[in-house]
Design a binder for this molecule. Structure first.
Ligand SMILES: CC(=O)N[C@H]1[C@@H](OP(=O)(O)OP(=O)(O)OC[C@H]2O[C@@H](n3ccc(=O)[nH]c3=O)[C@H](O)[C@@H]2O)O[C@H](CO)[C@@H](O)[C@@H]1O
Ligand SMILES: C=C(OP(=O)(O)O)C(=O)O
Length: 433
């Protein structure tokens, strides 16, 4: 079993560089299936477990996707299979993003139903509604969803009932090769949607309006290989910004695009954290007591749900009570019980948590319940008295490259160890680049 061991009490100081965005690179790799001519080279690729999974998924479709040092090289001139293996899809919900590209390119896809996960039921009805409006037909059985396009996908006007990131991406990818114009209304506006649109356009597509709630896509007959660099990960950046604030430290987060981080920056400033927006990153400094604030997660440009648990850890160190409300996912408070094991005083009331700040945290054995929860427990461990041991690291590995190494370089007392289930002493194992 692997664990992250953190001994709290160090003030983080220094500079940390952000990797490419997980939530941008996953749809971009899926969209590569659309390019029937030439090769694709994607740069600034974070070598995360999720990236390995989606690359394997492409390989299983007969599309070579070769990982290099922060790159992926993909050749989708041939797509041999339209069936996604269960073993890969169950690891990662973003696997469902191959549905749109396969329907557009091959008029058929058979994908295991992604199912629920630790943060909620996560339905796919909005994806399907969009594909159906474009002429696809679906059958569900034996845990699979099978889509067929009798002729060619046709452009359509699609209003999303919820501004779903995945549905917007999936429909955008399908529409890129459809006949005619597709208009997505109430589209998600996340920076990762803009990055995907830019990538589709770099392949020769015609997507306009990404980043607003109305996206127009003129379908084209063919998309071609290209070179493309992925945007920096705003959630990884935010996690290190919180690491600086929670330890009352001083950190320059290199590569962070501050425009993508406005809601977090606003909340940190409201708490009394000094945030200085620079050209190539953001400088964060905190000292002494911080004010409590209320936070509500919302689709972009609101406060990101993927920063909710990290913010919760920070609010535990504020001087007074804060209210944190989760509106994006129905069940994203699994980390609350783990944090309580560390002495956190919190009370869940429906979709909100009342956080009593200012009580000292103490080290404990805790487990990651999803990837951001895992990061949040590490953050809590940085300020807890004594030693915190975080397990279930597979979650953290889905979304953070070198979390331990980066924190250590900033001065944290942290290590990743492998322990035999019944061994008395852990042996230190250096992980991940
Ligand atoms: C790989 C990736 O990019 N993951 C991100 C993406 O997930 P993902 O794309 O799965 O998230 P969505 O934006 O689709 O989900 C938002 C809400 O919409 C609901 N919904 C979604 C689709 C649908 O067909 N029907 C429906 O009701 C979901 O249950 C959820 O309550 O956006 C989330 C919200 O910012 C982030 O937390 C995830 O990190
Ligand atoms: C919830 C997340 O990712 P996913 O949608 O891939 O589960 C996340 O990145 O925090």
């Amino acid at each position: 079993m692997e664990k992250i061991i953190v001994r709290g009490g160090k003030r983080l100081k220094g500079r940390v560089k952000v990797h490419g965005a997980k939530n941008a690179v996953l749809p971009i790799i899926a969209a590569s299936i659309l390019a029937s001519r030439g090769e694709i080279l994607i740069r600034e690729v974070p070598l995360l477990e999720d990236v390995k999974t989606i690359s394997k998924l492409l390989n299983s479709l007969g599309v070579p996707a070769e990982l290099g040092e922060e790159t992926v090289r993909i050749n989708a001139e041939q797509v041999d299979s339209t069936e996604a293996p269960y073993d890969l899809v169950r690891k990662m919900r973003a696997s469902f993003l191959v549905m749109g590209p396969l329907l557009a390119r091959k008029k058929h896809a058979r994908i295991p139903l992604p199912g629920g996960c630790a943060i909620g039921s996560r339905p796919i009805d909005q994806h399907l509604k969009g594909f159906e409006a474009m002429g696809a037909e679906f059958e569900i059985g034996q845990g699979f969803i099978e889509g067929r396009v009798p002729d060619r996908l046709r452009g359509a006007r699609i209003y999303l009932d919820v501004a779903s990131v995945g549905a917007t991406e999936n429909i955008m990818m399908a529409a890129a090769l459809a006949e005619g114009r597709t208009i997505i209304e109430n589209a998600a506006c996340e920076p990762e949607i803009v990055d995907l649109a830019n990538f589709i356009n770099a392949m020769g597509g015609n997507v306009r309006g990404a980043g607003t709630d109305t996206i127009r896509i003129e379908g084209v007959d063919i998309l071609r290989g290209t070179e493309y660099s992925v945007i920096p990960d705003r959630i990884e950046a935010g996690t290190y910004m919180v690491a600086a604030a929670i330890t009352r430290g001083e950190v320059f987060v290199e590569g962070a695009i501050t425009d993508h981080l406005n809601p977090l920056i606003a909340k940190l400033r409201e708490m009394g954290v000094h945030v200085l927006e620079g050209e190539n990153g953001v400088h964060v400094r905190a000292e002494g007591s911080l004010k409590p604030v209320d936070v509500k997660t919302l689709p972009y440009p609101g406060f990101p749900t993927d920063m909710q648990s990290q913010m919760m850890a920070l609010l535990l160190t504020a001087d007074g009570n804060s209210m944190l409300t989760e509106t994006v996912f129905e069940n994203r408070f699994m980390h609350v019980e783990e944090m309580k094991r560390m002495g956190a005083k919190m009370k869940i009331d429906g979709r909100s948590v009342l956080i009593e700040g200012g009580h000292p945290l103490s080290g404990a054995q805790v487990k990651s319940t999803d990837l951001r929860a895992g990061a949040a427990l590490v953050l809590a461990g940085l300020v807890a008295e004594g030693t915190t041991e975080v397990t279930e690291l597979r979650h953290i590995d889905r979304g953070y490259v070198g979390l331990v190494e980066k924190m250590k370089a900033l001065g944290a007392d942290i290590e990743r160890v492998t322990v035999e289930e019944d061994a008395e002493k852990p042996s230190v194992q250096h992980s991940y680049a």
